[in-house]
Ligand binder design. Structure first.
Ligand code: ADP
Ligand code: MG
Length: 727
């Protein structure tokens, strides 16, 4: 048997089981113990400073210098008490991972030294930013970038082995002021949505001062044994299998979803959950997913900025803890062709500081009008910017998943559930304009809550095929890929809803000015809004061919791959939206577009090179070895029942396979060389998408059929059945 594969299998079979202990009696005893949260601030700050800091956090205001000084020294005292020796500005550059550069508190002085942490070090750092993606922003202007403290996300202590580091969540910007990360635009979008939604809330409740965006993500992932992972160069380099024949058993028995969690996986889950809980990530749910070796983890929802930070942090923690368990966690959207891939549903809503979820149907006609206002305006926003929303989830990994009959298609539509659909139809068709000044009449018709049994609201139709589904008290954006930073889709969603709420308010105010009752004005505009937006609504099976045809008729976009989808990020309509709401300047939007294209190009370039190498260095030699064995062992093989005709056939298939692989590799290589000559990123991306990817698929088809022929003992790579069903 091939050495690496054999070693991996034997390493796997002798794995010891890890024992995971809860660090205290109950979770509430250690939850957020590694976070400089409210309780810690209270304990370590003078009470006046604490109050002023708390106010800044609540209102997202700038922290004064004298407060920053006190916060820095409180943070240092707390962190050192926990055993931290270093601090870092923690940020989320456009690479898609997190970044950190550690500095020690310790400063040498006169042969010895002291521990220091100043307001400056807390507030701002200058990482050597030139190697982070900037889409040309830094190349042309200014090479430096800086990170700046995000007061609204609490600092925390990251423990790696025995080392502890104080991490300060920060935004990352260039010296010329352009944002270079996911967080800075997200914060802006949260702020503008807060303003726009608060103003609209004032139609219903004057006491509302703030509206928060809330996000509850659901993280899907795969696990493979680390020995098998390291025996698969494709997993190591690309995070997905570039070849590998489907095993006879896949997910067809449907025996994995919600099944008993394997013991080793269970230990891993408990371990990373404990680490996450210490960091204040409120993880609650764990279960098996549909595909073998696929799982999911979900927290309680939080304010969106914190939720995005927590998701990035969780992915880091999971990766680290998985190594300890000799497992490897895969966040790629499609690690194994032929079985389901992984997504990250983003449950999104808006909540007031008075404690009302604006997407929760209310108990009175009045609160229902408020609910309908936010519900309908969200749908309208998605309708106006469906292409941009699609662009916000575009990545090479997600291309394998969207539209693969397991995840929503690349067509964005909104599912409301049949009850609400009827309510919308009622508003659109049956509310008689003549009767608009009879206030009672109208409000009575909106008494949704009294006319639906509670149970219906709790079990809103679960249309699992919809990319953007209303699920009772939130919208669930399901097209987000599992490896994505939720910051981008959330930024886009907040921005488009802000624009829509502003348009809505302007129109309502005009009607009011012209003499309409407030509720009448609101209903008039809602009615018009539904009419315009309803083409985005779809209640049926999003996977069906009929929907593709219907969507086309309706004029909805169906941008199937990343290079095509990304165009919407820099369309005139989008640039105007981003600029007018000050989310991205023209230059920032273009830079992001360029970075996204570059990420796409690089990913496929790496994949095609890796595939070429594996084929030439591992697959073809194994095939030749088997070929020789067949040729020299005619007699032996006859004895085990392979007759001469079959042998000739197999030999023929192998040599044809090898020939094709060599030709394809050369074609791919030629394209790559040509690809590099093209300077335009868009042209390169299209080349990788339209030419290189199909060749890779062809190559996979051939190697996978060879895998079905060649002696199992000689096959060099761990097989699907070994990676997916070994528990
Ligand atoms: P599912 O709908 O997937 O069956 P749940 O209804 O329990 O399961 O919620 C799924 C996710 O939605 C959870 O992660 C939860 O935190 C999140 N969620 C619930 N309410 C809200 C809200 N108001 N805002 C954002 N996310 C929410
Ligand atoms: Mg869900």
């Amino acid at each position: 048997m091939s050495k690496t594969r054999f070693n991996a299998l034997s390493a796997f079979s002798s794995r010891p089981k890890l024992n995971v202990e809860l660090p205290a009696e109950k979770i509430s005893d250690f939850f957020a113990s590694a976070v400089f949260g409210n309780q810690q601030m209270k304990e370590f700050l003078p009470s006046d400073a604490y109050k002023r800091l708390a106010a800044c956090i609540k209102d997202g205001k700038k922290v004064d210098r004298d407060i920053a000084d006190q916060v820095a020294s409180a943070m240092k005292a707390w962190a050192m008490k926990q055993g931290a020796t270093h601090y870092t500005h923690w940020f989320q550059p456009l690479t898609g991972t997190t970044a950190e550069k550690h500095d020690s508190f310790f400063v040498p002085k006169n042969g010895s030294g002291i521990e220091e942490f100043s307001a400056e070090s807390l507030a701002q750092q200058e990482p050597d930013a030139s190697s982070f993606p900037s889409g040309g922003i830094r190349a042309t202007f200014e090479a430096r970038g800086y990170t700046a403290w995000d007061v609204t996300s609490p600092a925390f202590i990251m423990t790696v082995g025995n080392g502890k580091t104080l991490c300060i969540p920060t935004i990352f910007i260039s010296y010329t002021g352009e944002t270079l990360d996911f967080k800075a635009p997200l914060l802006k979008s949260i702020q503008i949505l807060d303003q726009a939604a608060t103003e609209v809330c004032h139609y219903f409740d004057r006491d509302v001062k703030h509206v928060n965006t809330t996000l509850g993500w659901e993280q899907e992932y795969f696990l493979v044994d680390s020995a098998m992972y390291y025996a698969r160069p494709d997993l190591v380099m690309c995070g997905r299998t570039l070849l590998g024949r489907r095993s006879p058993k896949g997910q067809q028995l449907e025996d994995h979803y919600f099944g008993a969690i394997p013991e080793r996986v269970y230990a891993f889950m408990r371990d990373f959950e404990i680490e996450s809980l210490k960091l204040g990530i409120p993880v609650r749910t764990r279960h098996n997913e549909v595909a073998p070796s696929q799982f999911e983890c979900a927290p309680m929802f939080e304010e969106a900025n914190l939720a995005v930070d927590h998701n990035s942090l969780l992915m880091d923690v999971m990766d680290r803890v998985s190594s300890k368990h000799k497992l490897k966690v895969l966040f790629h959207e499609k690690p194994f062709a032929g079985i389901n891939g992984s997504g990250k549903h983003n449950n999104w809503s808006m909540g007031t500081d008075t404690g009302v979820n604006l997407l929760s149907p209310g108990k009175t006609p009045r609160t229902n009008l408020q609910f309908l206002t936010f519900f309908i305006n969200t749908i309208a926003a998605v309708n106006r910017h469906e292409e941009l929303l699609r662009a916000s989830v575009a990545s090479h990994g997600n291309d394998h998943r969207l539209g693969a009959n397991e995840a929503p298609p690349a067509i964005i539509s909104v599912f409301s559930g049949s009850y609400l659909k009827n309510v919308l139809e009622l508003i659109e068709k049956r509310v008689d304009e003549d009767k608009f000044d009879e206030q009672d009449n109208i409000t009575l018709r909106l008494d949704i809550h009294n006319s639906i049994p509670d149970i219906m609201l709790d079990n809103t139709d679960r249309n699992r095929t919809s990319p953007f589904a209303f699920t009772g008290n939130k919208f669930e954006f399901r097209a987000v890929g599992s490896s994505a930073n939720c910051g981008l889709p959330m930024t886009v969603l907040n921005t488009i809803v802000t624009e829509q709420l502003r348009l809505f308010k302007t129109e309502v105010d005009e009607y009011i000015k012209a003499g309409d009752y407030k509720d009448v004005a609101i209903l008039k505009v809602l009615r018009k809004t539904i009419k315009e937006a309803k083409k985005i609504m779809f209640e049926g099976d999003n996977y069906s061919d009929d929907w593709h045809k219907e969507a086309k008729k309706r004029g909805l976009s169906n941008n199937k791959n990343t290079p095509t989808a990304l165009d919407a990020f820099v369309s005139e309509k989008t640039l105007k939206l981003f600029e007018s709401l000050e989310i991205y300047s023209h230059r920032e939007a273009e830079a992001r577009y360029e970075i996204a294209l570059e990420n796409y190009i690089k990913a496929i370039q790496i994949e095609s090179r890796a595939l070429g190498e594996i084929v030439i260095n591992q697959i073809i030699p194994a095939c030749i070895e088997y070929q020789n064995k067949l040729i020299t062992n005619v007699k032996g093989l006859k004895e085990v029942g392979i007759d001469a005709k079959t042998q000739v056939n197999i030999l023929k298939q192998i040599s044809e396979g090898i020939d094709k692989l060599v030709t394809l590799d050369k074609e791919m290589f030629d394209l790559r060389v040509k690809g590099n000559e093209l300077t335009n990123a868009k042209k390169q991306a299209a080349l990788y998408c339209d030419k290189v990817k199909p060749l890779m698929d062809e190559m996979r088809e051939i190697t996978d059929s060879l895998e079905g022929i060649v002696d199992d003992e000689l096959w060099p790579l761990p097989k699907y059945r070994e990676m997916l069903f070994s528990k």
